[in-house]
Design a protein around this ligand. Structure first.
Ligand code: SAM
Length: 243
């Protein structure tokens, strides 16, 4: 079960309005071109913004996510009818041979246990054609991004068609490294509904991720910076070996 933020139909419906700046996805689109990928598996695709952007460009896309409400939003977007949507985690993947697998929006941090993380890496490897790449980002623990996860820094109030004015902010609830927990609060002024969503993310070090990739039989090509968040993210580019 994914977090309320992605599972609750009301929250999933307004997710893109609050997180409207998706310039973070530009780097992924550029890498699709850089690597000449014609087929892409988007693990944890959420509301499908990247999947639909790639689909519009004639790329074959498979979007996977355990949050049904987010997938429902994804399926309303232009070009979504050409995407293959899969509800569930990686255990639901059919046999695939894609050129590129991605995890955008720090999906890599939702896997709290080593077992879940390994299962995801192994499934990504299995879904790639030999020589295919896995690209994902994860926040650098040393940047301590969670220090900004407070009401003062995050409070926003937006007027949203069909929903009216909605307030949203995040509170840090627990830091017990490598785990960081936080709570989103939403207030829907139209009917006074207050909905909260609790999340925990795992912050893995560069070394930890490097060895987990090796363990999953993936070779690490490169670690880049996220161009839109310099100093804050690792962007790992791994590859399924050809032999
Ligand atoms: C921060 S969102 C990012 C969504 C999307 N990649 C984006 O960039 O907009 C994290 C996503 O991970 C998904 N997720 C949670 N658990 C997962 C799992 N076990 N396997 C795959 N995705 C998962 C959530 O449902 C949610 O859609």
């Amino acid at each position: 079960m994914a977090d309320e933020l992605f599972e609750n139909p009301r929250l999933a419906a307004i997710y893109d309005t609050f997180d409207h700046d998706r310039s973070d996805l530009d780097a992924y689109e550029s890498m699709v071109d850089e690597f000449g990928a014609r087929s892409v598996l988007d693990i944890g695709c959420g509301t499908g913004t990247l999947a639909c952007r790639l689909s519009a460009r004639g790329i074959e896309v498979i979007g996977l996510d355990p949050a049904a409400a987010s997938l429902k939003v994804a399926q309303t977007k232009p070009w979504s009818e050409r995407v293959t949507w899969i509800h569930g985690n990686v255990s639901k993947l059919p046999p695939l041979e894609v050129d590129l697998a991605v995890m955008t929006g720090n999906v890599a941090q939702v896997f709290l246990t080593d077992e879940e993380w390994q299962e995801t890496l192994l499934a990504a490897r299995a879904a790639l054609q030999p020589g295919g790449r896995l690209v994902f980002e994860t926040r650098k623990p040393e940047a301590r991004g969670w220090l900004e996860w407070n009401r003062e820094a995050t409070h926003a109030r937006l007027d949203i068609p069909n929903y009216g004015a909605v307030e949203r902010w995040v509170d840090l609830t627990r830091v017990e490294l490598p785990f960081v927990s936080f709570r989103f609060t939403y207030i829907f002024e139209k009917d006074g509904a207050v909905i909260t969503s609790d999340s925990t993310l795992r912050f893995r070090s560069r070394e930890e991720i490097t060895s987990s990739l090796r363990e999953a039989g993936l070779s690490l090509d490169e670690v880049r910076e996220a161009p839109d968040r310099p100093g804050r993210e690792f962007v790992f580019i791994a590859r399924r070996p050809t032999t």
